[in-house]
Design a protein around this ligand. Sequence first.
Ligand code: GTP
Ligand code: MG
Length: 180
Amino acid sequence: PNPATSVKLVLLGEAAVGKSSLVLRFVSNDFQENKEPTIGAAFLTQKCTIGSKVIKYEIWDTAGQERFASLAPMYYRNAQAAIVVYDVTKPASFIRARHWVKELHEQASKDITIALVGNKYDLVEQDSPEDEENNMRKVSVEEGQNLADEEGILFFESSAKSGYNVNDIFIGIGSKIPES
Ligand code: GTP
Ligand code: MG
């Protein structure tokens, strides 16, 4: 078997968008309805097989609360990959995500692989997208995709709750990571 390649990955995004929940789904295939806010940051690892290559993700799950924002550079400085998360029902979280992507492009490693992720897809009304009143979606797929295209990064919508697209984020990043 191939030896695993270690990849340092950081998650960034506003408080309560579901960063820790995405990690919990990816690492333990689990979900908690009332997950406690992260304090500082949490570290977890998980292996991921992509074709013939095995990646061992070393994951820094940062705290989104504003009082922890100054710690973020410590975690993204050496990162080879980043997941910037927003909540598709929270426009302010999308604005914050845009800022994180710009900060990464200015301050992080030049060859960092970034994925923009619109989480909580399960809250979007699937049957009647035109039903503005009841639809909780506040950030359109196009807005997310346009930002990702402008910045030249990956884009996914996901649900840590249902599991929708969660593995695909890590497989997508792993497929784009430059061989070291
Ligand atoms: P901080 O650690 O404070 O930055 O928050 P976080 O981004 O890690 O968010 P967390 O994973 O703690 O999730 C916040 C809340 O949203 C929790 O109550 C989760 O259960 C809920 N949540 C997370 N992901 C989803 C999702 O995909 N769908 C729904 N409906 N709820 C979610
Ligand atoms: Mg958290």
